[in-house]
Ligand binder design. Structure first.
Ligand code: WT7
Length: 682
């Protein structure tokens, strides 16, 4: 086992006095370097080793078989689904440019909504499929599997009546209400491809996503409701559609019943449409490699990529990982706090849990409304057994002290999960001790929109835990660390994280741009999938994700391309040039730091600074609002005109002793100005 040092002897014992919010500090690994100690090791709980789906020996055996007999192994894993035609072809993959292909279960035929609904009806028709907890703590509703199926069929019939056919794209712009899951499953039922756009995106961002995949139908709500505030979803759609002439129909779900303008002939309320259709709908038989959904995500260039997932492989992966990582048993109450607008919501609010006959809790609200106890109150109210959230939420709640947690019971909890960004050991330990009372294992799950589901995580019955480490790959996942030149690095070492072979949940293409798919993920290290993440492997072979090594930043678990923020800034008439970098932020993980050069005739003022923050907020969405805007008369550039981001990152991180060689800059004096006028963050 690895040495214990660095984070102090905070480990196994449970009688350590709780640490107050002031004890928080930014760990090195959030700063992006690799000086991380291995900290304490938490062994597998004996009780879990005995009853879990996989214990340590089972994990080793599964991982070995996935390597030696991949077809046999994956055929068995896919056998968990109901196939109309079971696949005989299992894995057909090459990551090499000359014969590139990723195909799984290629001759299999199935329908995703049947796997998530119909097949559970006989045994579990009256079991709750979705518990919906409203933003208002007084209001919740439940839907049984039978009710959910009927509702999905109605929505499917409404879409069909609007002319939606197999292969057509449907954009879903909804808040966290059951209709969001219904809309996704309704698309799956008729073979339409959904593109869910997070409700926090601006009209412009929504329009870009509608145009890119050419949706003719948009499903939205009158308004969303979060933390007591309304979100003008329908008005945003109206604004977006000014530049989307291809959209013929907007289906509007009533949420707040707020007044919204309706365009004659285009817009209709779902509550009215659904009374005109039947509550049964024949499922469309889909080939395993038919597309299931597109989900846009940020990369290092300005334009978001439409990540495309297909039917058989994605659902196999979502269901398999949901069962394994959370040691899930049918009927248990599972709560993933992610919005369905992100992949975590797709895989662990909707598809994984429902494929496994779960009761999935869907939460409309936010962690601190009406009080900082909201998460824990909801856990007690609905007797939640498995709880899965993001480090940013844990850090924000940790700041409020222990009392909002300890005043609740949380006795129903048996497992905790973390996702979306590196969790700093201090937050991990607080989550473990205060929330889980040292009796719930924590699974720190590393994955990406591109991977469809979890790739690395401890398994509660099989793997020890280390605060801040996602530990080991799941069976069949083959990570590797390489240096900048692609040389494979062995042993305890830091490097760039690649995956050397495919898994069923892997994305298949960038919608409409297969070349870009191959260029983005398979050319940096030919023949390997490049994750864009850096990682360290310790002496035990455990992985520690150190963060993105590309121009992507992770703000509160939201992935944002610095190029997207830059193009939003330069679209402002006052701005000549902009460069955006991430910096360590105590709650958000990373904050957004913008260096802005104004046009020659524009004076930098506090008002303009606020205006630019508001501008980006409106251009992309509130979650992308800059934390810092620093006006810079010039940006550090090489003589060939390339912006030296390394220097900008160091200044933003306040790591001024370590600016490196600035002599190759076209004008080294710009650095002095940037340092002198560095904007302090709180
Ligand atoms: C990026 C992917 C995972 C689904 C939600 C985010 C970072 C994600 C972890 C983790 C350290 C993590 C990575 C990754 N990330 N989970 N457990 N530990 N980093 O999906 O928006 O596609 O972002 O999130 O940097 O590349 P995404």
């Amino acid at each position: 086992m690895a040495a214990v040092s660095g984070w102090g002897k905070l480990g196994r014992s449970t009688n350590i006095a709780p640490r107050g919010p002031s004890a928080y500090s930014i760990p090195n690994f959030l700063r992006g370097d690799c000086a991380v100690s291995d900290g304490e090791v938490f062994p597998v709980f004996e009780t879990w080793a005995q009853k879990a789906h996989l214990d340590a020996a089972g994990y080793e055996a599964a991982a070995a078989r996935a390597k030696t007999d991949p077809d046999g192994f994956w055929r068995e894993v896919a056998g968990r689904l109901d196939w109309i035609t079971p696949p005989t072809q299992i894995k057909d993959v090459s990551f090499n440019k000359s014969d590139f292909r990723i195909r799984w279960f290629a001759d299999g035929v199935l329908n995703v909504s049947v796997n998530c609904l119909d097949r559970h009806i006989a045994a579990r028709g009256d079991q709750t499929a979705i518990i919906w907890e409203s933003d208002d703590p007084e209001i919740h509703t439940t839907l049984t599997y039978r009710e959910l199926l009927a509702e999905v069929c109605r929505m499917a019939n409404v879409l069909k009546a609007k002319g939606v056919r197999k292969g057509d794209r449907v954009t879903i712009y909804l808040p966290m209400i059951p209709a969001a899951a219904v809309a996704m499953l309704a698309c799956a039922r008729i073979g339409a491809v959904h593109s869910v756009v997070f409700g926090g995106f601006s009209p412009d961002a929504l329009a870009g996503r509608i145009q890119d995949c050419d949706s003719k139908v948009v499903i939205t709500a009158d308004e969303g409701l979060r933390g007591g505030k309304t979100v003008p979803l329908k008005r945003n759609v109206d604004e977006a559609l000014k530049t989307c002439p291809g959209v013929t129909d907007v289906v509007v779900v009533r949420r707040t019943r707020g007044e919204v303008p309706m365009t004659e002939g285009r817009d209709a309320f779902y509550s009215e449409l659904k009374t005109t259709v039947a509550d049964t709908c024949e499922p469309e038989p889909m080939n395993a490699e038919d597309p299931l959904f597109i989900l846009y995500t940020s990369g290092s260039t300005g334009k978001p990529k439409g990540v495309l997932h297909t039917t058989g492989g994605y659902l196999t992966w979502a269901a398999y990982t949901h069962e394994l990582v959370f040691d899930y048993r049918p009927g248990e109450i599972f709560w993933c706090t992610a919005d369905i607008g992100w992949v975590t919501g797709h895989s662990y609010v909707v598809y994984g849990p429902l494929a496994n006959a779960a009761t999935s809790l869907m939460f409309e609200g936010v962690p601190n409304y009406p009080t900082n106890s909201r998460f824990w109150d909801v856990i007690d109210k609905h007797q939640v057994e498995i709880f899965y959230t993001a480090p940013t939420a844990i850090r924000a709640l940790m700041r409020e002290g222990d009392e909002p947690v300890t005043r609740t019971s949380r006795k129903s909890l048996r497992l905790l999960g973390s996702v979306g960004e590196p969790i700093n050991p201090e937050a991990w330990l607080w989550y473990y001790r205060v929330v889980g009372e040292a009796r719930c294992p924590i699974v720190d799950t590393w994955w990406q929109t591109e991977t469809g589901g979890v790739l690395m995580s401890p398994l509660p019955g099989a793997t020890h835990m280390k605060p801040g480490s996602c530990t080991k790959p799941l069976p069949g996942v083959q990570p590797q660390l390489v240096d900048a030149e692609g040389k494979v690095l062995d042993g305890a070492v830091s490097g760039n994280l690649v995956i050397t072979d495919s898994w069923p949940g892997q994305m298949r293409t960038v919608y409409g741009d297969h070349e870009r798919f191959i260029a983005t993920y398979f050319t940096t290290y030919p023949g390997k999938y490049f994750t864009g993440d850096g990682a360290r492997r310790d002496e035990d072979g455990d992985y520690w994700i150190t963060g993105r090594v590309d121009d992507v930043i992770n703000v509160s678990g939201h992935r944002i391309g610095t190029a997207e923020v830059e193009s939003a800034l330069v679209a402002n008439p006052n701005v000549a040039e902009a460069a955006v970098v991430g910096y360590p932020h105590p709650v958000k993980g990373q904050g957004i730091y913008c260096y802005v050069t104004l046009n020659a005739d524009v004076t930098p003022t506090d008002i303009l600074e606020a205006e630019l923050k508001g501008w980006v907020r409106r251009e992309i969405g509130p979650f992308a609002a800059p934390d810092v805007v620093q006006f810079a008369p010039g940006l550090p550039k090489t003589r060939s005109g390339k912006i030296m981001r390394r220097i900008l990152r160091k200044i933003a991180e306040d790591d001024l002793s370590n600016l490196g060689d600035t002599s190759t800059l076209a004008d080294p004096s710009v650095v002095d100005d940037l340092v002198k006028n560095r904007t302090q963050q709180s």
